[in-house]
Design a protein around this ligand. Structure first.
Ligand code: TRP
Length: 340
């Protein structure tokens, strides 16, 4: 443990979270989880399953439970190492909601109303039936990040605005009450950050939008993966060559490139004189091979549930120790009487 602490003292700290709100897919893996794994080489990492964020949209109880464990299993199966990184479930550390309350008192209605995600999620339904949680969602996210004094927050482009709000709120608190928070920098994913739908390259790959064929689930069987890639829409033309006028093919090239390590140019050269069908058949094998070891490990974790639960228990304890230190300082700064 003292070794761990030495590492925390030297390496910049990263905090990130994923919502357990549905079936995990290739976009989640390429966009987020793969980066989580890579960042362990350079950062001290804390990865959270943000179940309290997920319930801002109505969830089915059994699905929420299952999805929460699934996200933790996906982290572990992909290579997040619980010896090096902290992995835990947000609702296991009550400090998150407590800090959220305190931050609520210094966050402005106007700031939250301007959040693009809030505007998107509530478009056409302003007013009466919008849950307060949806409005307050970015403040809970700020609490997540600030509790751990994270230096950096890896997120997709769509979450950048929330990290900027976190910075504003942290600075406002530090200025008004005295320094308690580290002001974090967003790390915006570029590579893999925008894996698009297989049936509509204008939309992000997602489990909620479009049909089953629009995404590759992390646990899809090889034949299902092959079929989905075969059926993926392509652009007019026959040549395997990406570009802005060929968004569907470019998306497939991106996936191929990230998973194989070859550059887009190398892949285009490899398929000169060949058609889409050859390219798609090979891409399917690249995806099948990349997911195979992760799927095997997930099945092992599902067979012995106690391992993941133990990781989450230890993770919550380690997270709480850090979070409580920050929270104690915040309470003191604000003027709350310490519990005798
Ligand atoms: N809002 C993020 C998303 O939907 C998830 C999230 C919650 C998060 N808390 C966080 C991400 C803290 C980074 C840091 O993707």
């Amino acid at each position: 443990m003292s070794g761990q602490e030495e590492i925390s003292a030297r390496r910049p700290r990263v905090f990130s979270g994923s919502q357990p709100s549905g079936t995990l897919h290739l976009g989640n893996y390429l966009g987020a989880i793969r980066n989580y794994v890579a960042m362990q080489e350079t950062h001290d990492c804390i990865y959270c399953v943000v179940d309290l964020h997920a319930i801002t949209v109505r969830q089915v109880r059994a699905d929420l439970r299952r999805n929460t464990i699934d996200v933790a299993n996906a982290y572990l199966a992909a290579g997040v190492d619980p010896e090096r990184s902290i992995v835990f479930i947000q609702s296991h550390v009550p400090a998150h909601t407590e800090l959220m309350w305190i931050l609520n008192t210094i966050t402005y209605m106007g700031e939250l109303r301007r959040m693009t995600q809030f505007k998107d999620k509530t478009a056409g339904a302003e007013g009466e039936s919008i849950g307060v949680g949806l409005f307050d969602y970015p403040v809970l996210m700020a609490a997540d990040i600030l509790l751990y004094r994270a230096d950096a927050v890896p997120v997709g482009e769509d979450q950048k605005q929330h990290v900027e709000l976190t910075r504003d709120v942290a600075e406002r608190f530090n200025h008004a009450f005295g320094k308690a928070f580290v002001v974090p920098d967003p790390i915006i994913r570029t590579e893999g950050g925008r894996v698009m739908s297989l049936d509509d390259p204008a939309k992000k790959m997602s489990k909620s939008a479009g049909s089953e064929n629009s995404y590759i689930a992390l646990m899809d069987a090889p034949d299902v993966i092959r079929r989905k890639i075969r059926r993926a829409v392509t652009d007019s033309g026959t040549e395997v060559r990406g570009g802005p006028e060929k968004p569907a093919l470019t998306n497939l090239l991106d996936i191929y490139s990230i998973l194989s390590g070859a550059t887009i140019g190398e892949i285009e050269r490899r398929y000169e004189g060949k058609g889409y069908a050859d390219f798609k058949a090979d891409l399917a094998e690249v995806v099948v091979e990349a997911l195979a070891p992760i799927q095997t490990r997930i099945r092992e974790l599902e067979a012995d549930k106690s391992y993941t639960l133990e990781v989450l228990k230890t993770g919550a304890e380690r997270a709480e120790a850090i979070a409580e230190r920050t929270l104690a300082k915040v309470r003191e700064r604000v003027g709350l009487v310490p519990r005798p």
